[in-house]
Design a protein around this ligand. Structure first.
Ligand SMILES: [Zn+2]
Length: 612
């Protein structure tokens, strides 16, 4: 899946048509673009009080297919009050008004419906999906993929965009959808350290993984150094408050993999949580007078190698490792050995030492775990801005397809061996982009994805780090609420833009309306939702770990300008509510009300506290 060639994904990236159509009528932006339209048909699930629809799943669904079916039935019940049980394909000949869900292998009715065109599914990744009518006049909808993860992704598309209702009737738009994401690697750089995050339980993280699966993601870099109970370096376990045992982490790995999310062991290398303690306890890994671990001393390489191997051996089911080399600011070895100049361009020994470590460690790791992928952070100007040798070495010696390099400082180009800037793809084909996506306006996230797609980067890793910062009023809540504003929208934007980098902003707004309120709803709902998102995202309370220890600025002017705005938004909600449909009432409206209540309460508390 991960190694699917780019051309394959790109050729059939996104294509959505209405089912029965001859006349080309482009009417919408985004994934719901309708290219041809005659009479859009629909699958009627309920007419008045009468349940007319059915859901037909595989005879023996895989666990991911079961999750997909459960998502559809739970959503139909929650949003539309519909109780429909899933029937087995082998026991059902009648397909009128049915959603037929699965793969050609798992569901005989899908195999039959697709017939000779089943091969077309193979042109998508196993995460992609094809939704279309079951056949001429059948009035049934096939929800299919060549892989179970694609079925799961398709189930979310159906509930988010195709189910609609009016006056008691509920139906599914019979709209053809054929898509997979052109951004191959999608997931989070997930920090378990900082603030209150080390206190999250396994169940809390399972909920986070569920959210990431719903967001169409396929990897997680789960931070472990400092949390990992190393026997070789017990001093590196610095979060005694963590409830996560090694067994919990093994269960989390399986939980992620059962959802099509590759679990990577995140860790510092030569630096960061827990690793700094190793440096403190072992003076042979530091240059004289330097407090950080050296990147050049053989003893430092030996210690890092031993720690990382111990970590992988403890969790051998992981798919790989995220290796974060501490290169920000002065946070790396400033000793003479590492800072030795190698040429007049400004190359230094520290760069070569780091890469020689990566090379020797990977050779060692792959002896026992040959499948392990290794992701390495780069782009730090503090350490490597002028280092032409560092970048040339990456280009020359790290082309093995198990290496990924994650650019972490908004560099879209880096220098070659002559100091000339080249797009990242010239350095290596598996370069990826990183953002603190919760801090971005949603429209900017779309711009980032567009660049990633244009530059043919391998993926988009985004920071989920609620213990560090979340740009919300929820910094003190355990766990961070992934289903409320603002993160519910951050997640949604990530999924929609990574699955369709050509999605326009007006197109995104239509999707937002459809997902949270229903596509026929008043577009002003979107304005209200985005306004609350921005009030939360840009407010002086940011959810930073500094707020836990009283180091944050007070609300200032916000305390006076926010309340009348919230009152005005409530008034607009009040005037729109009468015409709101079931989806708006069940999905979007509660989110707006919750955001208002939580901002009001948090800023009122803050104000009181600062007045004491
Ligand atoms: Zn050094």
């Amino acid at each position: 899946m991960i190694l699917t060639p780019h051309f394959c994904r790109r050729t059939f990236a996104v294509g959505i048509w209405c089912v029965a159509g001859l006349v080309a009528v482009p009417t919408l932006d985004g994934p719901l673009r309708v290219f041809a339209q005659e009479k859009p048909s629909k699958i009627v699930l309920r007419e008045g009080n009468q349940i007319t629809g059915r859901i037909i799943g595989p005879d023996k669904p895989t666990s991911l297919e079961e999750l997909a079916l459960a998502h559809i039935t739970t959503n139909l019940k929650h949003v539309w009050g519909l109780d429909i049980t899933v029937e087995k394909a082998g026991t059902r000949a009648e397909i009128r008004n049915a959603l037929i869900v699965g793969t050609p292998q798992s569901n005989s009715l899908i195999r039959k419906s697709l017939g000779n065109s089943a091969g077309k599914l193979e042109t998508l990744t196993t995460e992609g999906y094809w939704i279309r009518t079951a056949g001429e006049g059948s009035n049934a909808l096939v929800v299919a993929s060549s892989g179970a993860r694609g079925v799961f992704n398709a189930a979310h598309f159906v509930t988010d965009f195709l189910v609609q209702g009016q006056g008691g009737s509920v139906s599914v738009k019979a709209q053809e959808v054929f898509r997979s994401s052109p951004v191959g690697q999608r997931g989070t750089y997930n920090l378990v350290c900082w603030g209150l995050a080390p206190r999250y339980t396994r169940q809390h993280w399972e909920n986070v993984l569920d959210a990431m699966a719903a967001d169409g993601m396929n990897f997680i870099y789960f931070w472990l150094s400092g949390i990992f109970r190393s026997k070789l370096y017990p001093e590196s376990f610095i979060y005694p408050e963590t409830p996560l045992t090694s067994d919990d982490i093994r269960q989390l790995i399986r939980y992620a993999h059962a959802r099509g999310i590759d679990f990577y062991l995140g860790t510092g290398v030569f630096a960061w949580f827990g690793i700094d303690e190793i440096a403190k306890h072992h003076d042979e890994v530091r240059e004289l007078g330097i407090q950080h671990m050296c990147r050049t001393l053989p003893a430092a390489h030996k210690a890092m190698n031993a720690y990382l191997l111990e970590l992988y051996n403890e969790f051998p089911e992981a798919k790989g490792m995220w290796l974060e080399i501490g290169c920000e600011g002065e946070y790396h070895c400033q000793g003479e050995l590492c800072q030795r100049k190698l040429d007049e361009f400004g190359s230094k020994q520290i760069g070569m030492s780091e890469l020689s470590f990566l090379k020797s460690f990977s050779a060692e790791l792959w002896k026992k775990h040959p499948q392990a992928k290794l992701v390495w952070g780069f782009g730090y100007p503090e350490a490597h801005k002028w280092d032409v040798k560092y970048h040339e070495e990456i280009r020359k010696s790290f082309q093995d397809s198990r290496y990924y390099f994650l650019e972490v400082r908004q560099n879209w180009s880096l220098q070659n061996d002559q100091g000339i800037l080249k797009p990242l793809i010239h350095l290596l084909p598996r370069a990826m982009h990183w953002d603190q996506y919760y801090a971005l306006p949603l429209r900017d996230m779309g711009e980032r994805v567009r660049r990633i797609n244009e530059d043919k980067l391998a993926g988009y890793a985004v920071a989920f780090e609620p213990g560090f910062n979340s740009r919300s009023v929820y910094g003190k809540r355990i766990p961070f609420p992934v289903d409320l504003i603002p993160y519910a929208l951050t997640r949604f934007a990530y999924r929609e833009f990574t699955w369709d980098p050509q999605l326009t902003w007006p197109g995104f707004r239509k999707l937002l309306l459809s997902k949270f309120f229903g596509e026929e709803s008043d577009p002003e709902w979107v304005d209200l939702m985005l306004t609350l998102f921005e009030l939360m995202r840009t407010g002086p309370i940011t959810g930073s770990f500094r707020e836990l220890v009283g180091g944050a600025a007070g609300p200032g002017e916000y305390a006076s300008v926010l309340p009348p705005r919230l009152v005005a938004i409530e008034a607009r909600i009040g005037s729109l509510e009468a015409a709101a449909g079931p989806k708006a009432r069940k999905v979007g409206l509660p989110l707006l009300r919750q955001a208002i209540a939580d901002m009001r309460q948090t800023y009122a508390t803050k104000q009181t506290a600062s007045q004491l």
